[in-house]
Write a protein that binds this ligand. Structure first.
Ligand SMILES: Nc1ncnc2c1ncn2[C@@H]1O[C@H](COP(=O)(O)OP(=O)(O)O)[C@@H](O)[C@H]1O
Ligand SMILES: [Mg+2]
Length: 343
């Protein structure tokens, strides 16, 4: 969310432009980081989500992608966000009633539900009519390019921080070669480009007790690899601690949650090829390494991309990601067995 201040009058006139003339309450909502989100209550009792879309992306690309994705999902009978109106930079969705959204997983069943929802989402988008969606953020999960940007940041060393992160840079160096695996296989066609979500955090699935879960936050839906979506679920949903936990003894990947993710994902991801299945366990390590690299890069660049609350914040985040990588490496054989069990 941005620091922008909105007057009630402004919000009311935006709503009126979408034909909503009876709001009784408009207030900030949710814990999303990207958009400015409001919950709207009306006299008629219908509730809405009003969002001002982030300035970080091309808004026309976003709009076109989201309208195509929601229409396609609807046509396939997959429950999705209902767009009431979309005029950049604003959009209104029907409020998803009866669902809960959690920020942190407290039970393995939530991991299973979320993973099955993301798989169903990818499955339904497998036959999205051409052309492909437009790339909202080019090279988003391209580890090779992310390492190139890290090398650049280290060479420039604008804040004189390079010497203090020699260990972290060595950590990346030791994994440089394997980190190109998915990029190379996508280039050669051994791994297919699919329509993927690209932000598969638990709070981007609305959970329902009857199992009809809805994938939301469609802003980064674009061409990518199914492995990146699964890997980012492992990174975010199997983590035993927060992304910036300072006590690294608390940071590890929970096998129980990993298993729940695999179980839920493979129940619906019927489209996966053998090459993709073989790399599922690896994808968690790879995405986690990639995000760690992005935090390290931002630290070297002087914290210009991620919002930081204190000077070493990006470095602490890098440390949790690298600790997660080590934890997944230590459990690699067990994780491979789990994937085989549900394949
Ligand atoms: N249609 C909806 N119905 C109910 N809650 C929603 C809806 N859309 C979004 N939310 C809530 O608002 C939060 C932020 O919205 P999201 O689209 O994920 O924005 P961000 O990109 O900022 O994360 C979500 O995590 C969810 O709790
Ligand atoms: Mg979100």
């Amino acid at each position: 969310m941005s620091n922008r201040v909105y007057s009630q009058e402004e919000l009311q006139s935006v709503l009126a432009s979408f034909g909503i003339t009876d709001p009784t309450d408009i207030s900030r909502y949710g814990s999303g980081h990207i958009n400015d989100t409001f919950k709207v209550e009306t006299k008629a009792g219908v509730r809405y989500i009003l969002q001002r879309v982030t300035d970080a992306f091309d808004k026309d690309v976003l709009k076109s992608n989201i309208l195509r994705v929601t229409e396609h999902l609807k046509s396939k009978g997959v429950k999705t966000l209902e767009v009431v109106g979309y005029e950049n930079p604003w959009r209104v969705y029907k409020f998803l009633e009866g669902y809960t959204s959690v920020d942190v997983i407290t039970d393995a069943s939530q991991a299973e539900l979320a993973a099955s929802a993301f798989a169903a989402f990818q499955n339904a988008l497998a036959d999205l009519p051409a052309p492909q969606l437009l790339p909202v953020i080019p090279k988003f999960h391209d580890t090779v390019d992310r390492i190139r940007l890290l090398d650049e940041a280290a060479a420039k060393d604008v804040k004189g921080r390079k010497a203090s992160v020699a260990k972290e840079l060595a950590f990346v160096d030791a994994r440089r070669e394997e980190s190109a695996t998915i990029v190379k296989m996508m280039e050669s066609g051994e791994i297919p480009v699919r329509t993927t979500h690209n932000d598969t955090k638990i709070n981007n699935v609305m959970l329902a007790s009857d199992g009809t879960n809805v994938v939301i936050d469609l802003d980064t839906t674009m061409p990518g690899s199914a492995l990146y979506d699964f890997g980012d679920m492992v990174r975010t949903s199997s983590a035993a601690a927060a992304e910036d936990e300072k006590d690294l003894s608390k940071v590890y990947s929970k096998k129980e949650y990993f298993e729940a993710l695999v179980k839920g994902y493979l129940a619906n991801a019927k489209f996966l090829t053998e090459n993709e299945k073989k790399l599922l366990a690896f994808s968690g390590r790879l995405i986690t390494l990639t995000i760690g690299i992005r935090f390290l890069t931002d630290y070297l660049n002087g914290d210009t991309y991620f919002h930081t609350a204190y000077p070493e914040h990006n470095l602490d985040r890098c440390h949790t990601q690298f600790k997660m990588v080590e934890s997944m490496e230590a459990q690699a054989a067990e994780y491979e067995e789990i994937v085989k069990k549900y394949s």
